[in-house]
Design a protein around this ligand. Sequence first.
Ligand code: MCA
Ligand code: AMP
Length: 503
Amino acid sequence: MPNANLYALFASRFPPDRSAPFLEHARGITSFAQLDDQSARIAAVLKSRGAAKGDRIIVQVDKSPEAVMLYLACLRAGLTFIPLNPAYTIAEVAYFIKDANPRIVVCSPQMEPEISALCTTTLTLDGVGNGSLIKQMNTAAANPEVTQCTGDDLAAILYTSGTTGRSKGAMLTHDNLASNALVLHQYWQWQPGDVLLHALPIFHVHGLFVALHCALMNASKVIFHDTFNTDNIIAALPDTTVLMGVPTFYTRLLDAAGFSAQTCKNMRLFISGSAPLLPETFASFEQRSGHTILERYGMTEAGMITSNPYGGQRIAGTVGAALPGVTARVTDADGDEIPRGEVGILEIKGPNVFAGYWQMPQKTAEEFRPDGFFITGDMATMDTDGRIAIVGRAKDMVITGGYNVYPKEVELVIDEIHGVKESAVIGLPHPDLGEAVTAVVVTESDATITEAEIIAALAGSLAKFKQPKRVIFTPELPRNTMGKVQKKALRETYATLYQPLKK
Ligand code: MCA
Ligand code: AMP
């Protein structure tokens, strides 16, 4: 039986000259030969620490070439990779450890003391102690084995927050990831010699799967930056051909005086996703750089779902048609398809759609129609040619700089603060982040709590990107006749809080 392990697919695409560079990083270059060797050694270390096929490995580390090797090691050993944002607090991480019950947690040396109290085996990626994975990797034997997997075996679980405030683990199989990698590589017409500029985090679908998988499918070099620093990115652009980013990347480039058509002279493709790209950004970018950004749409549960065409017309405010192999439809609340052009709920089906939420069969069942379509929770229109525009969200969610924040999770923590009666968390237009998390708070009548005190009180519980950028106090929240808080009214009232919007 052929091995459906995703690593085997990548290995089948390695360049004939394995000394060719894969990752180019400030600390040096990792070749394809080193990728193969290091991932094998890390896999051996993980196995020696008790990890066996099907076990879950939680990884909360900073972005680095070693972190990529760890991901690839988990794939080749048949382990389920569970990446977590390094910005998560110990309170947040504790939930994931309890929920996922991992065999091993790989974390930073700083988090290790607290995390080791929550699970049996912790390792750090780097560092000097015996728990350092890299230190052990250096002495481990490189067994070239790639664990035999079926396409339905789990490759990764990615946690995505929910409207109830409780995170759900989306189970992604080797086939889910492979099908998306194959399609994107072809659809975006990757070419020999393409070089990817990588500045996204690698604990989410966009940076980990979409960007890295395309490069691996193409045996491309990746210029690997730990963060998006505008000056560094502009300096790197002339040596690259493809950039994938969230809209904030593009607005930051436009804000930089040094960004010009000349900087982009070797670029073939700019791709945007994870959040809506404003038509103004699309137009300004085209004018300034001569490049038309290709916007695509996806989600954790399905990887990439739609894309503007590579060859055809890329239209601002649309996310293109369903990718080959993916079926999309726009429906009413009952799941019945509605006429083209009308706004409804986007539902999808395809080999990219996940296997369900980890240990939440009920929640999984609620999000699928009886005929197997997954309900995305995004509001969309589809024209007669199948071109889709995302026009809103049925789910109460804020996207800030490409990160999703579920208001319920933030409200639950704010409401616990002494002096707070109730709160409503909303997203407001923000020139840099697209939307900024904002809290509207009603205090107890005798309370004197300030904005700074509320934000400070959240620090131990919520990662920085989930914390409100501003807190607004109000005597009462607007409610409809059913008593439900009218967030739309709040968004309208405070629409210009972060204005003026930059052009
Ligand atoms: C950092 N901060 C943020 C964010 N990022 N606050 C809100 N939203 C954010 N996204 C905090 C920092 O901790 C800092 O706090 C302050 O805000 C300003 O940080 P700054 O230096 O400006 O931020 P940065 O480090 O430059 O990061 C901004 C960023 C980054 C480059 C936009 O957030 C980023 O890389 N976002 C990409 C997220 C992503 O990959 N999403 C894909 C999800 P302080 O100064 O007080 O310490 S996958 C997905 O959605 C689907 C599948 C899809 O379709 O792709
Ligand atoms: P996540 O759950 O982090 O995977 O985020 C997925 C969500 O991001 C989708 O359900 C959409 O709401 C949003 N999203 C991703 N790409 C786009 C896009 N190009 N335009 C609008 N929304 C997007």
